[in-house]
Unconditional design. Structure first.
Length: 73
């Protein structure tokens, strides 16, 4: 059984988001991506944080997506 508090590695997080590991790494560098957990040298993501990140980016039109992009820089 999976929990939203389960920690997943960046490969699993990238797979959930349908993006590359490199994209997640660049977002961490810029401070613009999903929240993550740093355990020593390891990076982990909480499953629930990845799901919330995805859910927060659901749009119903390109107009809505463009407006969000303009509002957030």
């Amino acid at each position: 059984m999976t929990s939203e508090d389960d920690l997943i590695n960046e490969i699993e997080a990238a797979r959930m988001r349908g993006q590359s590991v490199r994209t997640l790494q660049m977002e961490r560098l810029r401070g613009s991506g999903c929240c993550y957990v740093k355990l020593g040298r390891s990076v982990r993501y909480r499953r629930g944080d990845v799901l919330a990140f995805i859910k927060a980016r659901v749009v119903s039109s390109t107009t809505e997506a463009d407006a969000r992009r303009a509002a957030h820089g």
